[in-house]
Design a protein around this ligand. Structure first.
Ligand code: LLP
Length: 428
């Protein structure tokens, strides 16, 4: 999927009025480029279509998909909530002056230090993963005597068809407590009820990532509304908030089936309205947490090509100046990316290659078996749909430098500068 600002003039790729080859030259490669218009469009779609007359709706941007200080400011300016999953996330959010009342703090193993920071800075919600954590939170909050709103993360047991590493809601998942584990629920509820400082607002579930089937969400909604109603009645509790998590899939390849944000949101809203109204549920606010769908399609990565190496076994490798350090997803999830040559957009594709990086790993493949035009040294390779979980999962393996990230809008903003060799020695 290409960002909306991408177009071709005379065989050359442009993002809005910037020639990609020029950007590569100015900011060096590899380079992450984000299309601001595409990001704002996705955010608008969530804001417009995730709306109901029957309940309030809240869009929480899942920052793990892509997060820098400047980007947190954009999210704040758009009026979205944002999640955080570590002390590092909380700290960067604080440095960005992100309003903490709009933060949702996640994590399956939050440390005391993290909980303390979250409470001291009054995050909007803590999503409690388990009893062990809840006990720590209760002790801390009882000492501090500050009110905190929490949601409890539960696992509704839904098999969303996605890669096993990004499934989260089977019965063996490490996240949350099962909605079918009554004993565990009772223990959790007892801790909440015993503390005057803990305000249990509802439940949270997240059924996985890169999900294209609305059915999985409809099932999640039915199960979660029913579950929340049940707990609310059993314990005589007002539980106004339901958080459905994120996971909305994007199109990495043209032939991949995909459901656009407006359509997916319409289905969710309809299922929620039916479930909430027919069960006379007390749920008054529903949250969703999209990450990938907001930033994924907006991002592209630019690399410089060096040569095509043909092995004795007649395999062609196109070597590029980045690799698994800036995009671990093909190695980790067998993700498949589409690509082009920025300065040869309309040239015939004649050679079958694997596009590979420069790391000391045979698995350092960015794209397997792809047809490309004839290559000259310093041609610029574009890899599409890299806006989510590329920069945020990048590493310094082999001491490669993390690329810069630029946001292309009316003007260009550097969201993260390119690392320098000195950065590599900061820690030792
Ligand atoms: N909410 C929770 C609690 C999550 O754990 C996640 C993602 C999201 C929301 C956002 O999901 P999204 O809308 O972005 O799919 N590194 C993997 C994805 C891991 C997702 C982790 N949690 C990848 O590159 O595909």
């Amino acid at each position: 999927m290409k960002p909306i600002g991408l177009h071709t003039i005379n065989n050359e790729a442009y993002l809005h009025h910037y020639r990609l080859a020029d950007l590569a030259q100015t900011y060096q490669t590899p380079l992450y480029v984000m299309d601001e218009a595409q990001i704002r469009k996705a955010i608008q779609e969530f804001k417009i279509y995730f709306k109901s007359e029957a309940f309030d709706t809240t869009v929480v941007y899942a920052s793990k998909a892509f997060f820098t200080k400047e980007f947190a400011r954009l999210i704040a300016e758009e009026g979205l909530y944002m999640d955080a999953v570590s002390l590092g996330d909380l700290y960067v959010a604080q440095q960005a002056h992100f309003p903490f009342e709009r933060l949702v703090f996640h994590g399956n193993n939050k440390s005391i230090e993290e909980l303390d920071f979250a409470i001291s800075h009054q995050v909007g919600y803590i999503v409690v993963d388990n009893l062990y954590e809840l006990n720590h939170l209760a002790q801390l909050i009882n000492r501090k005597q500050k009110k905190i709103s929490i949601l409890i993360r539960v696992n509704p047991g839904i098999d969303a068809h996605t890669h096993e590493y990004i499934q989260t809601a089977q019965f063996t998942s490490k996240f949350g407590e099962s909605i079918f584990d009554e004993h565990q629920m009772k223990s959790l509820l007892e801790v909440c009820l015993a503390s005057p400082w803990i305000e249990l607002k509802g439940f949270h579930a997240h059924i996985g990532s890169q999900i294209h089937e609305p059915d999985a969400y409809v099932e999640e909604i039915k199960k979660m509304v029913e579950f929340q109603n049940h707990i609310s009645r059993q314990y005589q509790l007002d539980l106004p908030i339901l958080n459905l998590g994120g996971g909305f899939g994007i199109q990495y390849q043209q032939e991949e089936k995909n459901i656009a944000i407006p359509e997916m949101m319409r289905i969710l809203i309809q299922a929620l309205e039916v479930a909430i109204q027919t069960t006379h549920s007390a749920i008054r606010q529903v949250m969703i947490e999209p990450g990938r769908a907001i930033v994924g399609p907006a991002g592209i990565t630019l690399y410089k090509a060096s040569q095509i190496k043909t092995t004795f076994g007649q395999k062609n490798y196109l070597f590029i100046d980045g690799g698994m350090t800036d995009n671990i997803r093909p190695a980790l999830y067998h993700a498949v990316y589409e690509c082009d040559i920025a300065n040869k957009m309309t040239q015939p594709k004649e050679i079958l290659v694997d596009i590979v990086g420069k790391c000391c790993e045979s698995g350092d493949i960015i794209r397997k078996d792809v047809m490309i035009p004839r290559i000259d040294e310093n041609d610029i390779v574009i890899v599409y749909a890299t806006g989510a979980y590329n920069y945020s999962m990048s590493s310094n393996y082999n001491h490669l430098l993390k690329p810069a990230v630029i946001l292309v809008g009316e003007e260009i903003r550097v969201l993260s500068r390119r690392e320098t060799l000195d950065d590599l020695c900061k820690l030792f």
